[in-house]
Design a protein. Structure first.
Length: 118
């Protein structure tokens, strides 16, 4: 899987995610931009999620099994230092995240009633 395929697959996964649709306060592109560094392609060509220390995320509901995409996004979003602004507890993103967002994601955030805070 090349980088373009990886990004396309992540975009598709974030856009289709029930967790993102129901619990994220930011557009899927913003959440993807924030969490993308925790995903990589393994030797078998599958997208896997890792924690900040590089350990593969494990499923909380299936002991001994790797986390699937939905589980990984939920875990990573809740662990994120920006969780208060990424999840529906608040529809606000920090200025540092706003500065990294592409224009389309910024517009979607603003149109969705989102705010930017320092």
């Amino acid at each position: 899987m090349n980088i373009d395929q990886f990004v396309t697959e992540l975009d598709r996964s974030f856009a289709a995610s029930p967790f993102v649709k129901q619990e994220a306060s930011v557009p899927p592109a913003v959440l993807r931009a924030t969490l993308m560094s925790f995903f990589e392609v393994d030797a078998a060509g599958a997208i896997v999620a890792k924690d900040a220390e590089g350990n593969r995320l494990m499923s909380p509901s299936r002991p001994g099994m790797p986390a699937d995409f939905e589980e990984a996004v939920r875990i990573l979003a809740h662990r994120s230092p920006q969780s208060a602004s990424l999840l529906k507890r608040g529809n606000s993103v920090p200025r540092a995240l706003w500065d990294r967002m592409d224009p389309v994601a910024r517009m979607a955030h603003v149109r969705g009633g989102g705010k930017v805070h320092d």
